[in-house]
Design a binder for this molecule. Structure first.
Ligand SMILES: Nc1ncnc2c1ncn2[C@@H]1O[C@H](COP(=O)(O)OP(=O)(O)OP(=O)(O)O)[C@@H](O)[C@H]1O
Ligand SMILES: [Mg+2]
Length: 282
């Protein structure tokens, strides 16, 4: 009996040991693979996080776009009528003593109108016609305006343009993108004099880069992680639409925006695909 029992136990033990061995081997190879693939996995996780952030930003954009398209037009009509009447009243002599109030009201209406214009530019599925042109030419044309903007707060502009190929661009949008980034740079440096805002263009690998660098106080960490979210602002008179508009414009051009920031200042990098590597470019 004992022999029989031992004989029947033996294969069972062998099977169990076998299973354990297979199990251990599986664990080992899984561990080995995980260890070897660890870096790749964390990079993928990082990409996934970035992708999710971008998706949630786009979702917010879509909601904003729908709201803008629906409401913006309706608000503008009565505003245009009010502005017209105010202008008529300013022309009347019997209101001479309250002229400045009329001017103030018109200014405020224009400000509201500008906000609606920015709002509308976030509208989704906007078709943008792109033309072949050089980013440097747009910057050269904008230079006097940018210089004047910075001089208002006793700061300076430096423009360093390298030779770059033509890109498919929407000039008005690119001007807006540059203006918004420069305005943010100027506002970050406001309060200190003699600082420099530097704009550079250069080729880097398969990308044409536009870099806007300020010597401001840097972006606060809690703002940095949500950068590009509509209505996110730390400024008393800010609307928080400047950067969302920039991200939208970049998306229209299949460009990306990266940020480097610290107590020494902030640099925004707008990276356009080199025309040679962009299948949609002429
Ligand atoms: N160059 C910069 N340096 C420091 N902080 C910045 C910079 N650019 C953006 N920020 C931060 O990001 C926030 C959002 O910027 P965004 O341009 O979208 O809105 P805003 O400048 O506040 O208002 P506006 O609608 O007038 O542009 C700013 O309020 C600021 O806190
Ligand atoms: Mg801004």
């Amino acid at each position: 009996m004992t022999t029989l029992h031992q004989m029947s136990i033996c294969p069972t033990i062998c099977q169990m040991i076998n299973r354990c061995m297979v199990f251990l081997l599986e664990i080992y190879s899984a561990y080995d693979m995980a260890e070897r693939g660890y870096l790749e996995t964390s990079a993928q996780l990082h990409d996934l996080k970035k992708f999710r952030q971008e998706m949630s930003r786009l979702e917010q954009m879509n909601i904003i776009g729908e709201m803008a398209a629906g409401v913006g037009h309706e608000i503008r009509n009565p505003m245009t009528a009010i502005r017209g009447f105010l202008q008529l009243l300013t022309a009347k002599n019997n209101y001479n003593d309250v002229q400045e109030y009329f001017e103030l009201m018109i200014e405020e209406l224009d400000r509201a109108n500008a906000i609606i214009t920015e709002f509308l530019s976030l509208a989704r599925n906007k078709i943008v016609n792109l033309n072949k042109q050089n980013l440097n030419d747009i910057l050269e044309a904008l230079k006097p305006l940018l210089e004047a903007t910075l001089l208002q707060s006793d700061n300076y502009l430096e423009i360093q343009l390298s030779e770059i190929p033509d890109l498919l661009l929407h000039e008005k949008e690119i001007r807006q993108l540059i203006l918004n980034l420069v305005r943010n740079g100027r506002e970050a440096m406001a309060g200190s004099r003699g600082k420099t805002l530097t704009i550079r263009t250069y080729l880097e690998g398969d990308e044409v880069v536009l870099a806007v660098q300020d010597q401001g106080k840097g972006i606060e960490p809690h703002i940095l992680e949500k950068l590009g979210t509509p209505f996110l602002t730390t400024k008393e008179n800010g609307t928080g639409l400047g950067l969302p508009v920039c991200y939208n414009i970049a998306a229209h051009h299949k460009a990306t925006i990266d940020v480097e920031t610290g107590p020494e200042g902030t640099t925004f990098y707008v990276r356009f695909k080199h025309p040679q590597f962009n299948s949609e470019t002429v």
